[in-house]
Write a protein that binds this ligand. Structure first.
Ligand code: SAM
Length: 199
């Protein structure tokens, strides 16, 4: 997990840098994550940052949750009547059991060595049949892409603080936390898109 000060420092440049890093998939990935009618749902944007999901999704209620004041204050610039922003740590999520229909987690899972623990909590706060929609970097099997992931991405982009998983590992982690994988696809060889149902 990166030091909390990291996102405080990069917040003003975060959206610009993310667009670059996503290699032209910034909008298409979001469209894919939001490719369903969620207008009647209560949704959680976990590690919401500046609002990649929480400022676009249609929902009855959107909760954006993050620990960075600066990322949250940028997010808050977009006013939405149905949006609530809460500051806190993913290891202490202050939500009720079965509170959410959907949980979105974009570009954040790699920050956590204990992501399975976070998934267990997601399972509790999702309604049965609710879904987790996740996008992030992953651990490619292709030797060339693996080299990029474990050199440039690991050391230059993430300062050697990242945890990434192969597709097989993701399947096991999700299954263990009580999720059934509905979709799992690799994007541009470096990113993974997952939609998983809370069983
Ligand atoms: C790479 S950004 C992703 C932001 C957004 N989801 C997106 O797709 O642009 C990761 C976010 O996770 C937040 N974060 C990191 N560790 C956290 C923790 N322990 N609890 C809550 N949020 C955390 C950071 O503050 C940051 O906003």
């Amino acid at each position: 997990m990166v030091a909390p000060s990291f996102f405080e420092k990069i917040a003003p440049y975060y959206d610009f840098l993310t667009r670059l890093f996503m290699m032209g998939t910034y909008n298409s990935t979001r469209e894919r994550m939001l490719d369903e009618d969620t207008s009647q749902f209560t949704v959680l944007d976990l590690c919401c940052g500046t609002g990649y999901i929480s400022n676009k999704i249609k929902a009855k209620k959107i909760v954006g949750f993050d620990r960075s004041d600066r990322m949250l204050s940028l997010n808050a610039r977009t006013k939405r009547d149905n949006k609530v922003l809460i500051k806190g740590s993913v290891y202490h999520m202050p939500f009720a059991e079965a509170e959410f229909d959907r949980i979105y987690c974009s570009s954040a899972s790699h920050e956590f060595g204990k992501f399975p623990q976070i998934l267990d909590r997601c399972h509790q706060i999702l309604k049965p049949g609710g879904k987790l929609v996740l996008f992030d970097i992953y651990q490619p099997q292709n030797p060339f892409l693996s080299l990029i992931m474990n050199t440039f991405v690991r050391y230059v982009v993430e300062h050697n603080i990242m945890w990434v998983h192969t597709k097989e590992e993701w399947h096991k982690i999700l299954q263990k936390a009580g999720f059934r994988v509905e979709e799992m696809n690799v994007i541009r060889g470096l990113y993974i898109f997952i939609r998983a149902v809370r069983v």
